[in-house]
Each structure stands twice: as structure tokens, then as C-alpha cells.
Design a protein. Structure first.
Length: 57
């Protein structure tokens, strides 16, 4: 529920790691999943978030 689309869009700085983590959990969504997955992909490309997400897990 905490996960949101606009959140991902606004999180393009340092909070990306936290948002990315939340989005991963919000994969259960259907229509919003596309947008969330898309944002996640962009962040993943950076690799910076990928590392953070891995460490968090």
C-alpha cells in the first residue's frame, strides 16, 4: 500500500534504493505494475540501486 507510482517518479536521487525495494514488494499490483516495473528497470540500469537492494535483502 505504501508503494505508489508517482513515488517512483519523484524518487530519482538517493531515496531510489528505498523506493526500489518497496516497488519490488508491490509487484502484486496489476495495472500499476507496468509503471513500477518500468521505473525499477531504469533504476536497475544505474546499478547503484541494484547494489543497495541486494544489501538490504
Amino acid at each position: 500500500m505504501i508503494c505508489r507510482i508517482h513515488t517512483c517518479s519523484i524518487t530519482f536521487t538517493g531515496y531510489t534504493a528505498m523506493i526500489c525495494r518497496i516497488h519490488t514488494c508491490s509487484i502484486t499490483f496489476t495495472r500499476y505494475t507496468a509503471m513500477i516495473c518500468r521505473c525499477h528497470s531504469v533504476l536497475n540500469v544505474a546499478g547503484y540501486i541494484n547494489s543497495h537492494v541486494r544489501m538490504s535483502r
